[in-house]
Design a protein around this ligand. Sequence first.
Ligand SMILES: Cc1cc2nc3c(=O)[nH]c(=O)nc-3n(C[C@H](O)[C@H](O)[C@H](O)COP(=O)(O)OP(=O)(O)OC[C@H]3O[C@@H](n4cnc5c(N)ncnc54)[C@H](O)[C@@H]3O)c2cc1C
Length: 383
Amino acid sequence: MTYPYVIAGTGAAGLSLAFYLAQTSLRNQKILLIDKNLKNQNDRTWCFWQKKTSPFEEIIFRKWQKIAFFSRFLEKTLDIAPYHYKMIRGIDFYLYTQNFIQKNSDFEFLQAEIYQMQENSDEVILQTSQGEIKARYVFNGLWQLPQNFERKKGYFYWFQHFKGWFLKTQETKFEADKMYYMDFRVPQKEREVRFGYVLPFSSQEALVEFTVFSNHLLGSQEYLTELQNYTENILGLQNYEISETEFGVIPMFDEPFLSQKSQRIIPIGTRAGAAKASTGFAFDRIQRQTHFIAENLAKSGKAILPKEKPLYHLYDSALLNVIEHNRMSSERVFSILFAKHPIQRIFRFLDEESNWYEDVQIMNAMPWKPFLQAIFENWKNRS
Ligand SMILES: Cc1cc2nc3c(=O)[nH]c(=O)nc-3n(C[C@H](O)[C@H](O)[C@H](O)COP(=O)(O)OP(=O)(O)OC[C@H]3O[C@@H](n4cnc5c(N)ncnc54)[C@H](O)[C@@H]3O)c2cc1C
């Protein structure tokens, strides 16, 4: 048989797409979801800010309305209402969406590794560890960090990479209602962004992370040394027990090199450029992207990705250029941003929902020269 649609990869994007499709008129179609993993492990946690209620509200693990920013230039606690900063555990998301899809649709799940996809004028043929599978269209959410890839001149291939500990302290050490969003008190390096990040679950439990944005990864010992330094010397935690660790690498590429769309294979999720180049945030963007695809597919039968917003690409690339070429330190850039603007405006800007007046306000508060130089250089290198 030929499936009308196959969803390749049941990570955040594949499961989200199926979750939204299961709420449309396509719920009775034979849609096949394939992943090499069963997705029954807590392999990550997702955080995102949000004003409205999430479709996953009942599995939100924690949410905060106070966030703190620290640098040599600024220390500030911000009330982010009407937003919440929310956290979902991977395992809760996988189980919740799998259960919802099984109850509300005729979609099928298959555990198999996909080796190859070949497209002809009528269909896509997938070679998998469970044999050959045919589909009219494939939504491709397969993602693994590429080891080697071609880097085009004038583009930035950065990563958000981080190591974290879920830890418990003996004494009361955290304010449970306040998370640390960016803590620049960690030792800084030129041409990178380095900060601490704390998500408290109670006065004695938290996820503490050391995060870097840069164009290269670190050796494993350096993450450990920096995380330990942040935990013990900056947060002042001495008696603590680690229950789980988290390590992650998220692409912050401003060239969406994997997202090239073919007629019948449609990229989704990270593969479709969902991770924002200037922040690495992807989860909420994946929700918006897959919800859009599902709605349009049900209405018109067409698989369409949401339109790109070129102006925000320009801003993201300018920021990466400014930091990579050391035109300004990242600590200064983010301190200006947090000092001069209400957090709600920053969230709208990062969500690519700000209006032109807000964009001008944000640009206007930054020193013009480094950003204009960056925009000009990016344009020159790409033309
Ligand atoms: C540890 C970690 C923490 C993160 N935290 C946040 C956060 O707090 N906020 C945020 O906005 N973003 C976060 N991200 C970034 C992003 O939201 C996640 O990476 C998200 O899971 C991306 O979704 P995806 O569907 O594109 O890829 P994935 O969720 O990685 O899914 C890809 C799927 O493809 C499958 N696959 C790959 N190759 C094959 C193959 N050959 N055959 C079959 N299956 C295959 C994999 O098993 C996997 O299930 C985080 C990323 C990581 C790694």
